[in-house]
Ligand binder design. Structure first.
Ligand SMILES: Nc1ncnc2c1ncn2[C@@H]1O[C@H](COP(=O)(O)OP(=O)(O)OP(=O)(O)O)[C@@H](O)[C@H]1O
Ligand SMILES: [Mg+2]
Length: 227
């Protein structure tokens, strides 16, 4: 479903070059739940931005559903991103003046879905994250864990083939974080393909496969036997 072939990313800051990714290759099958771990600065977020088509690699190839992403123009890339990928961020990135329902509807507005269908699909996504009782709350009227659930509903509402999360539990206490991870596990069992970036060990414990990065390279790619 996703193929990453010798991806490199070099950032240039003034005269200094930073080789954030130095040749990364792997494949992701539909329905996998992968955690990407590694120390700070190892290239996790850089890789996730490339997988999410938010940024382009300096070299190497990325195939998404057999389509070579590197060949697409910016607007085509943006469309792929809207249609196929759902994002969850550490800081939730919700619109502070908008209700849960409105926040979750947002990707559907971009996708040109009509009002009635938008409301219906947003409501279903909010039910899936157990937030049906908070449809009209605004982010500042919600707890951190609840905000992250709203953000997850927003990521799911377009029915993306891939959900990417960068440190989704980073702003949550460990108990609330575990609730979010259990939700990811439920989504995995329902067939979603998930990639969760984290540097916390307990987070990667929920995944089925752990890709460990170090200095911009894959140090270990481990499939776990879950009991
Ligand atoms: N936009 C940028 N411009 C220049 N250098 C960058 C940029 N983004 C990241 N880097 C550098 O690339 C390297 C990898 O950064 P990245 O954000 O991918 O690390 P990370 O593994 O996500 O770390 P953390 O766990 O702290 O989030 C770091 O050395 C960082 O300083
Ligand atoms: Mg990061």
């Amino acid at each position: 479903m996703i193929q990453v072939i010798d991806i490199r990313k070099t950032y240039r800051v003034g005269k200094i070059e930073i080789a954030a990714l130095q040749g990364i290759s792997f494949e992701i099958k539909e329905g996998e739940f992968i955690s990407i771990t590694g120390p700070s600065g190892s290239g996790k977020s850089t890789l996730m931005h490339i997988l999410g088509c938010l940024d382009r690699p300096s070299s190497g190839k990325l195939f998404l559903d057999d389509m070579e992403v590197g060949k697409l123009k910016d607007n085509a890339l943006a469309e792929i991103r809207n249609r196929k990928i759902g994002f969850v961020f550490q800081q939730f990135n919700l619109l502070s003046r908008s209700t849960s329902l409105r926040n979750v509807e947002l990707p559907l507005i971009y996708a040109g879905v009509n009002r009635r269908e938008r409301a219906e699909r947003a409501r279903i996504a909010l039910e899936r994250v157990e937030m049906a009782h908070r449809l009209y709350h605004r982010p500042n009227e919600l707890s951190g864990g609840e905000r992250q659930r709203i953000a997850i509903a927003r990521a799911l509402v377009t029915n993306p083939s891939l959900v990417l999360a960068d440190e989704p539990t980073g702003n949550l206490d460990s108990k609330t974080g575990e609730g979010i991870l259990e939700l990811f596990q439920k989504l995995h069992l329902q067939g979603h393909t998930l990639i969760v970036v984290t540097h916390e060990i307990y987070v990667s414990g929920y995944a089925q496969r752990i890709i460990h990065l170090k200095d911009g390279l894959i140090e270990q790619d481990e499939i776990r036997n879950r009991t």
